[in-house]
Every structure is written in C-alpha cells, then in structure tokens.
Design a protein around this ligand. Sequence first.
Ligand SMILES: Nc1ncnc2c1ncn2[C@@H]1O[C@H](COP(=O)(O)OP(=O)(O)OP(=O)(O)O)[C@@H](O)[C@H]1O
Ligand SMILES: Nc1ncnc2c1ncn2[C@@H]1O[C@H](COP(=O)(O)OP(=O)(O)OP(=O)(O)O)[C@@H](O)[C@H]1O
Ligand SMILES: [Mg+2]
Ligand SMILES: [Mg+2]
Lengths: 227, 227
Amino acid sequence: LIVGEDIWKVYRVGDVEVQALRGVSITIERGEFVAIMGSSGSGKSTLMNILGCLDQPTKGRYRLNGVEVGQLRPDQLAEIRNQQIGFVFQSFNLIPRTSALENAQLPLFYRGLSLKEQRTLASAALQRVGLKGREHHSPTQLSGGQQQRVAIARALVTSPSLLLADEPTGNLDTESSQDIMGILEGLNREGMTVILVTHEVDIAAYASREIVVKDGQILSDRATKER
Amino acid sequence: LIVGEDIWKVYRVGDVEVQALRGVSITIERGEFVAIMGSSGSGKSTLMNILGCLDQPTKGRYRLNGVEVGQLRPDQLAEIRNQQIGFVFQSFNLIPRTSALENAQLPLFYRGLSLKEQRTLASAALQRVGLKGREHHSPTQLSGGQQQRVAIARALVTSPSLLLADEPTGNLDTESSQDIMGILEGLNREGMTVILVTHEVDIAAYASREIVVKDGQILSDRATKER
Ligand SMILES: Nc1ncnc2c1ncn2[C@@H]1O[C@H](COP(=O)(O)OP(=O)(O)OP(=O)(O)O)[C@@H](O)[C@H]1O
Ligand SMILES: Nc1ncnc2c1ncn2[C@@H]1O[C@H](COP(=O)(O)OP(=O)(O)OP(=O)(O)O)[C@@H](O)[C@H]1O
Ligand SMILES: [Mg+2]
Ligand SMILES: [Mg+2]
C-alpha cells in the first residue's frame, strides 16, 4: 500500500536549514496497524503529512497504492486524500463557528450523497465517539477531548481504507482513549490500514508494529506482540 | 490563596443548557501542588479558566489572594492575571506568524522592562524548555510538542506566584514530559503554587494533592504521596 523511498524533508527558516526527515524508507502493507513513536521534534508529524499526501518530500519517492504521489497535481492529491485517506491531525483543525455535526460531515461533501444522508452518517460517527448531545456545539463550545473526538469522527465518516492519526488520544482520559482504540481496532480487523503517532506506550500496544523515529530517521522498526 | 465557594458555570447552546460546573467548592493554599483529573468533558478546563480569572462563574464566589474576583472589571482581572498568574492552555493559544521568542516574551510587555531585557528572559525560558535553536520559528514551523513548550515558557517568563497548566505535557514524549515536570517541581519547591490538569497518572504523581472532577462536581479530593 505504502512505499516510501529515501524521503527527505528540509525546511528553511531564515538562513537556517531544518532537516525534518533525513532519508526515510518505509513499506506498509494493506491492513497493517502501525504505531510511530519518537521524541518531540523527531519528525513524526512531518512523515505523516507526507504519507497522507498533504505535503511532498524535498527528495525521495512515495508510492501510494502503486501511484507515484510525488508527480501529482494538487487537485489529484486532494482527490486521493478524499477517496482513500482519513486524517486526524495533532491540532484537530476543526472549522471554527461550525457545528460538530457539520465538521464531521465535511469529507462526505464530495461523495454525491444527499445532505440528509451526510447528516445521518456524521451523526452516527459522532455517536460512536461518545458525542451524542454535542452535535450542535461549535469547537469553542467543546472540551479539548471532545474537539479531538470530532476530528476522529470526521476521519472515519468516509470509511477510508487508510487512517493516519497523529496523537488521536492525546486529550482523552483513559476510558475515552480505550473506547477510541477499540473503534480503531475493530476497523483494522475489518481491513482498514491504521498508522498512528503516539507518545503513550499503552496506546502503541494496540498496534502490531512499532516504528521509532529519531532526528528525522527511522531508529527501529519491529513487530510487536498484538494484544 | 484560592477560595472558591459553590461555583456554577452554565452555558447555553441553542435552547439547551450545559451545566459545566455544578457547585464546586475548593480551597488551595499558597505553595501547594495540585493535580486535577477527570473524564473528557467533566469540567476541568472550565474550572481552570475560572480559577485563572479568564472567565467568571454563573453563580458562586471566588476569592484569589483575598480579593473577590467576581466583582472586578475586565481590566482589573487582566492586571491580576498578568501580575500573579501563569497559564498554559490546553490548546496553547500561540500568536500565529510570530516567533517563539516573541510569543514567550509577550507577558513581559507590561512590566516596564526594556526589549533587550524581555528578550533575555524569554530566551532563557525557551532554553529551559529545550527549545534552543527554535527561537525564530513561528508556530506552524514548530512540532506540536514544541508549540506546547513555547506556551510553557511563556507561562513561566514572568515568574508567576500561581501556575495553572491544562495538560502541559499532552504532546510531549516521556523524556520531555519529565524535563518539564522537573522544572515545575523545582519552581514549586521555591514557592510557586501549581495547579495542573492531566489525564496521565505518571504526571499527576508529581503533585501532592489530587482532585477528581466528574460531571461538573468534585468527586474526590485527597493528599497523595509525594515522590
Ligand atoms: N513548516 C516548518 N518549517 C520549519 N521547521 C519545521 C516545520 N515543520 C516542522 N519543523 C521542524 O521539523 C522538526 C520535526 O517536526 P515534526 O512536527 O515532524 O515533529 P514531531 O515528531 O511531530 O514532534 P511532536 O512529538 O512534538 O509533535 C521540528 O524540529 C520542527 O521544528
Ligand atoms: N463555551 C461553551 N459553551 C457550551 N458548552 C461548553 C463550553 N465550554 C465547555 N462546554 C461544555 O462543558 C463541558 C465541560 O467542558 P470542559 O472543557 O471544562 O471539559 P474538560 O474536563 O476540560 O474536558 P477535556 O478533558 O476533554 O479537555 C463539556 O461538556 C463541554 O461541551
Ligand atoms: Mg507532531
Ligand atoms: Mg479540557
């Protein structure tokens, strides 16, 4: 599904160069459940953005489902993202002054579904992450963990084949975290490929493979015992 | 230092009432180190905002340092906050398109310090949280954990007597979390009162008192063994 070869991402800030990724090669098969761990600033979110077709490498190649992503136009990338990928961002990226329901519904816009069908799917997704009764709240009317759960519902509403989740339980208490991980586990058993970034060992334990990133490179990549 | 009596906070969303806090009474002495825990949506951030004079109760009284905060004008509240309180928000609240250094420097603006003195203090604070080399990055050029650490540096730069930190290590790996908690522990030993919201038991363990919030009320309030 995912083949990244010698991926580099270099940013310029003023006259200083920040090498966020330094030659990352990674292969992920369909249906895997991968946890990515590493220190703050090590390059995890940068890697996720590239795998999720939200950003392109400075150097190196990335094939998603056999398609060379590096060669595509922005509109083609947007279509791939919408058709195949669900994304939970580290900072949620919800639309302000817009309800939880409308936020969760957003990815369905391009699917030719009626508004009523969109609302039904979005409402079910919100209920699944424990947000019944908060559908009409806008982001500032939601707690941190509730905003994060809206972002998760939004990522799942299109039933994507690939889910990239950057710290999806960072703002959640233990019980809500376990609920969310249970949902992801179930979806993975049904075939969804899951790649998640986490700092928490208990969350990483749900995955069957753990990749550790350090200073823009892959430090280790090993199978882990499944629960 | 802090005396909250029967604090209620009720929000209206459409024609629905959300009772975020339902009669919370809390007393915190100078120099304490308190951890607040509880489920997502239980009322922790709402309580912190009221204790930090960022928001006022719907009902009930709050005395900070002997002063009835509920009676004050917004400019008086702003002065109290700036003089006495350092605040780490759950969603960081950094100023976009503004460097880490300028963000950390912001609370010093009202203190009659020269720009050079402000920059020196802000730079030292950033170095203390491990952000040397990232001073001139703006928030979008920083990782999630780096943004969180800028928010922490900003909260500490005025050497406040009271620190309210809402999930200060939520985006940090274990090592950075321990570094930050070590800094807070040290400041607490020097007399700073620390109230922190966390979902993580390991982080709560640094405190000497644990308050659990549930459905807008205090469920339990007990002394915990100090490390
Ligand atoms: N747009 C950008 N411009 C410049 N530097 C950047 C940019 N985005 C990220 N960086 C830098 O690249 C490095 C890696 O960032 P990244 O966000 O991938 O880290 P991370 O592993 O997700 O960290 P965290 O655990 O704190 O979220 C950091 O040092 C960061 O300062
Ligand atoms: N401005 C608001 N308008 C309406 N409802 C609100 C507002 N702010 C918070 N709420 C609601 O009040 C309740 C408590 O929110 P709060 O942010 O205090 O929770 P929390 O304990 O910090 O949760 P988390 O652990 O998810 O951050 C939630 O159910 C939330 O939906
Ligand atoms: Mg990150
Ligand atoms: Mg909160």
